[in-house]
Every structure is written in structure tokens, then in C-alpha cells.
Design a protein around this ligand. Structure first.
Ligand code: GNR
Ligand code: NI
Length: 169
């Protein structure tokens, strides 16, 4: 297994739209294992393939405190959604910055597992935030896209400041 490099904003590759997975083979399973290793190494609660420069519809999530509830969604599609919630989001591609984003409260997703078997997954609250955040990455979208121009420029300035501090630490 390997820890993969996570692309950071404003890398233009984060804007790539992922293609559906069509081949469910050993290579895909290795890639999923690498995604989990990368997400856990970075202390993230989710990771989209886009963030490691693989442009296929694969996302992983683990919202548990014990880091023992891995979930992989391949070719995920939202089939139902309901309500709204505001949640303070972060992103491994924007280290050290956070912002409130409004999203659906509940989502029902149709997806495939690493063997290609179709299943439905229903999430509410923080889990639903994670699913929507990762699905956005696969569409080339990032959480700052939801902010007003003013809030976005403030956040991107903070990102620069964080980077300078991290570089001189
Ligand atoms: O680790 C992550 N935490 C997080 C917190 C609030 C809302 C969304 C997330 S996802 C993020 C990992 C990441 O960047 N996934 O794309
Ligand atoms: Ni993210």
C-alpha cells in the first residue's frame, strides 16, 4: 500500500471531472486501499480520487472516531435528498482553513462497491456533508465555490498565510 500525494488548491487538476469506473479488478482494489491509507495518514474523514490525481469516480469516507468504519462509494449518484444544514467544512486540498457551507441534510446515494455490486447508502448530518463534499470533488468542484466572492478571497488569503507559516516553521 502507498500514501498518495494530495493535490492542493489552486492546482488546476482539482477541476477535472472524473469518469465512471468500468473495470472492477485487482488494480481498483489496490487503489481503494491506497486511498484509505492516504486519508488515514492525513487524518481526513473523506477523500476523493480527484485529490490524488486519479480521475475516476471513487470516494472513501470514515467518519468514526475509532477510524474503523471505512466506506467506499464507486460511481455514486444522489437519488434523493432532503432538507438543509450548515456545517463548518475543511478540505485536505485547503490545509488549515474552514468555512460554513449549506448542503442537503439527508442524501440517499446509489453506488457500487469495489466488486461492482450496486447498493444504496443513506446518510444524514455530518455523513451527508462528507458524501456531498467528496462527490463535488469528483465533479471538479471544491467547497470554496459555495462562498461569496468576499468570503472566498478572505479564506484564500488565510490559506496563503497558513502556507507561509507552515513553510517557516
Ligand atoms: O477531512 C475532512 N474533513 C471535513 C470536515 C468537514 C467537512 C468536510 C470534510 S472532508 C475533509 C477531507 C477532504 O478534503 N475530502 O475531500
Ligand atoms: Ni475535500
Amino acid at each position: 500500500m502507498s500514501v498518495l500525494t494530495i493535490l492542493e488548491f489552486p492546482d488546476p487538476r482539482l477541476r477535472t471531472k472524473a469518469a465512471p469506473v468500468t473495470v472492477f479488478d485487482a488494480q481498483l482494489k489496490r487503489f481503494v486501499a491506497d486511498m484509505f491509507e492516504t486519508m488515514y495518514a492525513a487524518n481526513g474523514v473523506g477523500l476523493a480520487a480527484t485529490q490524488v490525481d486519479v480521475h475516476q469516480r471513487v470516494l472513501v469516507i470514515d467518519m468514526s472516531d475509532e477510524r474503523d468504519q471505512p466506506l467506499v462509494l464507486i460511481n455514486a449518484e444522489i437519488v434523493e435528498q432532503d432538507g438543509a444544514q450548515v456545517y463548518q467544512e475543511g478540505c485536505l486540498s485547503f490545509p488549515g482553513v474552514y468555512a460554513d457551507v449549506t448542503r442537503a441534510l439527508k442524501v440517499k446515494v446509489k453506488a457500487q462497491d469495489a466488486d461492482g455490486k450496486e447498493f444504496f447508502y443513506e446518510a444524514e448530518g455530518p455523513q451527508a456533508v462528507a458524501v456531498q463534499h467528496e462527490m463535488d470533488h469528483l465533479a471538479g468542484k471544491v467547497f470554496v465555490d459555495y462562498l461569496s466572492p468576499l468570503k472566498r478571497s478572505l479564506l484564500l488569503k488565510r490559506l496563503e498565510k497558513q502556507r507561509k507559516q507552515a513553510a517557516s516553521a
